[in-house]
Unconditional design. Structure first.
Length: 291
């Protein structure tokens, strides 16, 4: 996720260079054909392209709002996981009377979850925090994050039975695990339910068509400065479309995605420090991007 505005502007500018180059090249082709070779078929009325631009802007705004809602819901659910993981670590110490192994397992949970959401293989953070036996059990299942929660729940049950802890205390800890599972289900829903094709594909196609037609409508008015005006307007629409496409998939490996590694490391540090373990350093932004 981009966290530094100057760096963010530089990243957005670099991403915009390829379509800007293509748009400018096409605009020069149109100008040369019209001004030098006098292609009369290029004399298109300006009103239809104005109406198309207005409709496209509205369409892109609707899609971008839907995409941002997905991105923000993902961030909200990760916030719920962060809070509940901290609560579990605290109650494992105060209500269950210890069990640092449960705190380490919960510290591994966000790392397991972020790998599952991105479709990545097991990461080194998970191997470092889980015992070999628990690691094997977790990664023997298709839903690794859910299996880890299940194993943590079994550990809580064993501790309750061993120490004769009151059932109300068990229920309190179990509700935290249920809240984490509910947040995980929300994240999986976002991952497994992409935006409909009308929202994900049509805006991109319509934007490209608009940028192709735009200089044909502007050349008879702007003449040789068509590449300047047409490229700027086309670039604005391209950036609007690109923004929506970046936000609609909040878990992919992208500078615009949610900073899941940073959030997972924050949870890990918050759980390991109270039990006396030395956690790894916090994740720092690199070139204005928080991973």
């Amino acid at each position: 996720m981009i966290v530094n505005r100057p760096h963010g502007l530089a990243i957005l500018f670099r991403e915009s260079l390829p379509p800007l180059f293509i748009l400018t090249l096409w605009d020069f082709v149109v100008v040369i054909l019209f001004q030098i070779y006098h292609q009369d078929w290029m004399e298109q009325p300006s009103l239809p392209i104005s109406l198309m631009g207005t409709a496209l802007a509205i369409f892109l705004s609707m899609r971008n709002n839907a995409a941002y809602n997905r991105w923000w819901e993902g961030r909200t659910l990760w916030g719920a996981i962060t809070n509940n993981c901290r609560s579990f670590g605290r109650e494992a110490a105060t209500l269950l009377g210890g069990r640092p192994d449960l705190a380490r397992a919960m510290a591994a949970y966000p790392h397991v979850l972020r790998a599952a959401l991105r479709g990545d293989p097991p990461n080194e953070d998970t191997k470092r925090l889980l015992s070999p036996e628990l690691y094997e059990k977790v990664f023997s299942c298709s839903n690794t994050a859910n299996m880890l929660l299940y194993q943590i729940g079994l550990g809580v049950r064993d501790e309750v039975e061993l120490k004769g802890i009151d059932g109300a205390v068990h229920g309190t800890v179990d509700r935290i695990l249920s809240d984490i599972a509910n947040a995980q289900g929300g994240l999986e829903r976002i991952k497994n339910t992409p935006l409909p094709a009308q929202y994900s594909m049509l805006p991109e196609i319509a934007t490209h068509l608009f940028c192709i037609i735009l200089p044909l409508s502007a050349v008879q008015t702007l003449g040789w400065i068509t590449p300047l005006g047409s490229s700027i307007i086309g670039m604005l629409f391209q950036m609007l479309d690109r923004s929506g496409r970046d936000l609609q998939e909040p878990f992919i490996k992208s500078v615009h995605a949610l900073p899941m590694l940073t959030m997972a490391r924050t949870i890990e540090r918050d759980l390991l420090q109270p039990i006396g373990d030395t956690p790894p350093p916090a994740i720092q932004a690199s070139n204005g991007v928080q991973p």
